[in-house]
Design a protein around this ligand. Structure first.
Ligand SMILES: C[S@@+](CC[C@H](N)C(=O)[O-])C[C@H]1O[C@@H](n2cnc3c(N)ncnc32)[C@H](O)[C@@H]1O
Length: 474
């Protein structure tokens, strides 16, 4: 396949994810931009100049957004939403305006693509993490030491400072939607719950720290402007990013620059002993090559021999390839999910690895899947079938699996001894360069990864199945 055809295919795949039959009207600009990149020769030529591992279609769409903000007077600017504002409507003028802009701004777009990498920071993923933390804190009163791995701009580090609405599925639950979190927050996150009732609660965060190989400093105006340009041009996404970025800027959390496997021991060594260590990764471990993933998992077990630890993961199954049988945490998933994965369904899996006094419990919590509300989607149908034929208990029990095994105690130094980088924990990341470099680790990604879909192809809001967890141990 030619480079142009390959890039066009990737652009079409992302466009398709943003244009299911009953997509909300606000998704049109993202879908049409990616469609235009696939179809317009000027745009496609520009995208095809970008190496595949730098996500050409998404990178070009971000460059267009950034350049439009710089050249504010161009007619194309009128199509983009602003934080807090509505989605400007679709009309026939968009495609000609986009093409005209691309022709006029080719050199500027080329420069932006060459100097930046595409970086998605989706604060909406906190909707997936919060119920998992609620489970953690429901049976452990200790404050959490929140360690957000692959934190990017650190939006996930402030998840207790956001306002959440879980819209419960009609027919399943009769007592209304769930509102939780900081009621006065300017960051409002919401999603549909396709089945069941998620556990919620306000997690008590004792300390917080982010880890990233390229941490992003929102206080730097050019970094913040580029990250804003990487947000899909959908009114809700634009608004929640701007609000969350303001929260993070107002109270920056400490960050550590470095490979997450390498620096984790140093980070953990600084966690107060009376806090419960809670590692969170959202769409990060999916980027680790299998040997690194194995090294991380072994490290978590090592840490668990010395102190209690939680590892919450929200990662797709897909990048493990069409033959995947487990999640990035090594959790088994129901055969129906594997079938969906083989069929090309892109969905996140929420998992929990919990180690207490050396006893490890693995729990598959949940899945989140794209698709409009009302259309249940294959995953939901299959989950419902599982519910009806499962054993007695809460609905979540049928698809929540837990496995326990005891870890042998061993000196933590064995794990820490692997670290030789000398990276200082809590180095405050200034990031003059992170956006100027291609994303590391992408090259090594396991076969089967569709980076476009992983990074930007799953429209948020209305995507999730949240299933209460039965915490079945077997
Ligand atoms: C797709 S982004 C997700 C960012 C954020 N967690 C979210 O959900 O919006 C993946 C992030 O992981 C970081 N990353 C990837 N591999 C890493 C590694 N080995 N060590 C540290 N950070 C890594 C990237 O730099 C990037 O910021």
């Amino acid at each position: 396949m030619s480079r142009r055809a390959e890039v066009a295919d990737q652009a079409r795949a992302v466009a398709a994810a943003w244009s299911p039959p009953d997509a909300p009207a606000s998704w049109w600009l993202t879908a049409d931009t990616l469609t235009a990149i696939a179809e317009d020769d000027v745009l496609l030529d520009l995208a095809a100049e970008v190496p595949t591992d730098r996500l050409p279609a998404l990178l070009l769409s971000a460059a267009i957004r950034r350049r439009v903000a710089e050249v504010a007077a161009h007619p194309l600017a009128t199509y983009y939403p602003h934080p807090g504002g509505p989605q400007p409507p679709r009309d026939d003028g968009f495609r000609p305006a986009l093409r005209g802009f691309a022709v006029a701004e080719q050199e500027a777009l080329r420069r932006l693509c060459a100097r930046h990498r595409y970086q998605m920071n989706e604060v909406g993923r906190c909707l997936d993490v919060l119920p998992a933390l609620a489970l953690v804190t429901s049976d452990d009163p200790r404050p959490l030491a929140l360690v957000d791995l692959g934190t990017g701009a650190g939006l996930g580090l402030h998840l207790d400072r956001y306002r959440y609405t879980y819209r419960l599925a009609d027919g399943d639950i009769t007592d209304g939607d769930i509102h939780t979190g900081d009621a006065g927050s300017t960051v409002a996150l919401s999603c549909d719950v396709r089945r069941g009732r998620p556990p919620v609660g306000d997690p008590l965060i004792g300390s917080r720290v982010g880890v990233d190989s390229e941490p992003l400093d929102l206080a730097d105006p050019s970094t913040a402007a580029w990250l804003a340009a990487c947000v899909p041009p959908e009114a809700g996404a634009v608004t929640r990013f701007a609000a969350a970025a303001a929260v993070a800027r107002a109270d920056p959390a400490p960050m550590v620059r470095g490979d997450l496997v390498d620096v984790l021991p140093q980070v953990v060594a600084r966690v107060p002993p009376d806090e419960l260590l809670c590692l969170v990764d959202t769409y990060v471990h999916v980027f680790l090559p299998p040997p690194e993933l194995a090294r991380f998992t072994a490290l978590v077990d090592e840490i668990g021999r010395e102190r209690d630890v939680e590892w919450i993961s929200v990662d797709p199954l897909v990048p493990l390839g069409p033959h995947a049988t487990t999640t990035v945490q090594g959790l088994a998933v129901p055969p129906e999910w594997l079938a969906d994965n083989r069929d090309g369904g892109v969905f996140g899996v929420i998992g929990r690895v919990s180690i207490r006094a050396g006893l490890r419990t693995d729990t598959l919590l949940d899945a989140r899947t794209p698709g409009p509300p009302g259309s249940s989607g294959r995953l939901r149908e299959r989950a419902s079938r599982a519910q009806h034929r499962g054993p007695a208990g809460g609905p979540g029990e049928r698809i929540a699996h837990g496995v326990r095994h005891r870890l042998l105690r061993a000196p933590l130094e064995q794990a820490f001894g692997r670290v030789g980088s000398g990276v200082g924990a809590h180095d405050v990341p200034r990031s003059p360069g992170p956006l100027d470099h291609p994303q590391p680790a992408v090259d090594d990604r396991p076969e089967g990864v569709d980076e476009n879909l992983v990074c930007g192809g799953s429209p948020l809001e209305r995507l999730r199945i949240i299933v209460p967890v039965g915490n079945v141990v077997h």
